[in-house]
Write a protein that binds this ligand. Structure first.
Ligand SMILES: Cc1ncc(COP(=O)(O)O)c(C=O)c1O
Length: 369
């Protein structure tokens, strides 16, 4: 990895030690440039060429080990999850299992089904983990959906999606993933994990712009979903305007209702290409190395690491606290030193990406009292 060349893609590195990719990532130059080109085109020609869209769909599919026909573009994670939650044909008494520490984007779409008789159950968090045995205990004949995050936003715990996918598959339960806190940092194979559907915004670990997102839907799940967000573009004869035959597209584009955010999607495409060209395995190894260095340094200084750090449960998120110094005070100190992190549930959350350096990690450690 030519770190110098890579860091040139991130002008933010000149001003800040930026460890906040679990919140919003800074745009790499290539993404900003691609959006600028699209906007120039819109300004000068009155429209933007749509021909690059299939390529971005291919890149999104490649990252997930999916097929382009299984990818729809959405505006954010919430929109994708809502398309799914309202697309399932529910029966009174059905249940959804999620976790009591999920980000609300993966909670409200399910709670909002209460008036259809759908009950949402919450798994507890134990030592920063969502335990498999709790999930197994909660599943019964009424369970229709397990909806979890790939990586939990606050603890950074990586759910064992392979095992959960297997369990859901064997019991005829839909497995739905909010992937925004892992995709772009960690390898994710939707086929191996037997995920029915996945939604993610593009603006965290994927390094894309706000207002972009990816919705993956497994082919065998697609026809079970009702298309309810309907406009002029979901259909086969979209360009035959006065032919009102309501025949949905055979692929995931049937979930796209109208004109897309072209500059945003092109920007996302440039960011996806950057990640894929570097290689997601390399990125994952680098993030592991940086977060391990951080955890070791934190322990030496007497801080408590809340994030599970075992072999298959670590992620790019490190959440920690000091037994005596309040976390808001730590946040103040770090911010003053031009180090960007977040405060989540009274803990400091650090989320470095592959372009951060060992020196930056050491700077953060040194800045901490
Ligand atoms: C797990 C998780 N899901 C979703 C979101 C954001 O949702 P959206 O993309 O709809 O803005 C966040 C943001 O912090 C998150 O941590």
């Amino acid at each position: 990895m030519n770190l110098e060349a890579i860091r040139a893609e991130f002008p933010i590195t000149k001003r800040w030690s930026y460890f906040n990719h679990a919140a919003v990532a800074p745009l790499p130059k290539c993404s900003a440039q691609r959006m600028r080109e699209a906007i120039e085109e819109e300004m000068n020609l009155g429209r933007i060429n749509e021909e690059g869209i299939p390529q971005v769909r291919r890149l999104a599919a490649q990252l997930l080990n999916a097929r382009p026909e299984e990818i729809a573009f959405v505006g954010n994670t919430s929109e994708g999850l809502s398309i799914l939650a309202n697309g399932i044909r529910w029966h009174e008494g059905d249940r959804v299992i999620t976790a009591g520490v999920e980000f609300p984007a993966n909670v409200y779409p399910w709670l909002n089904l209460a008036d259809q008789g759908v009950k949402t159950q919450f798994l507890p968090q134990q030592d920063g983990r969502i335990r498999l045995e709790d999930l197994l205990h909660s599943i019964d004949i009424h369970t229709r959906v397990v909806a979890l995050s790939f990586v939990e936003f606050s603890s950074g715990y990586r759910n064992d999606i392979q095992t959960i996918g297997e369990v859901c598959h064997n019991q005829g339960i839909y497995f739905i993933l909010d992937a925004i806190q892992g995709l772009g940092a960690l390898k994710l194979d939707v086929k191996r994990a037997k995920v029915h559907a996945l939604s993610t915004g593009g603006y965290k670990w994927l390094l894309g712009p706000l207002g972009t997102g990816i919705l993956y839907i497994a082919p065998e799940f697609m026809d079970e979903l009702k298309v309810w967000l309907v406009g002029w573009m979901n259909v086969v004869n979209a360009e035959d305007f006065l032919n009102y035959e309501l025949k949905f597209l055979p692929d995931a584009r049937r979930f796209e209702s109208g004109c897309l955010n072209l500059p945003g999607i092109y920007g996302l495409g440039a960011s996806l290409k950057l990640l894929i060209d570097i290689g997601i395995e390399k990125i994952e190894r680098r993030i592991h190395h940086l977060t391990d260095r951080l955890c070791q340094g934190l322990k030496r200084k007497g801080y408590h690491i809340f994030s599970p750090r075992g072999a298959n449960e670590w992620s790019g998120i490190v959440s920690f606290y000091h037994p005596k110094i309040p976390s808001p005070r730590l946040l103040e100190i770090l911010t003053r030193d031009r180090i960007v992190v977040s405060l989540r549930e009274d803990r400091i959350r650090v989320s470095p990406h592959f372009y951060n350096t060992e020196e930056e990690i050491d700077r953060l450690l040194k800045a901490l009292p």
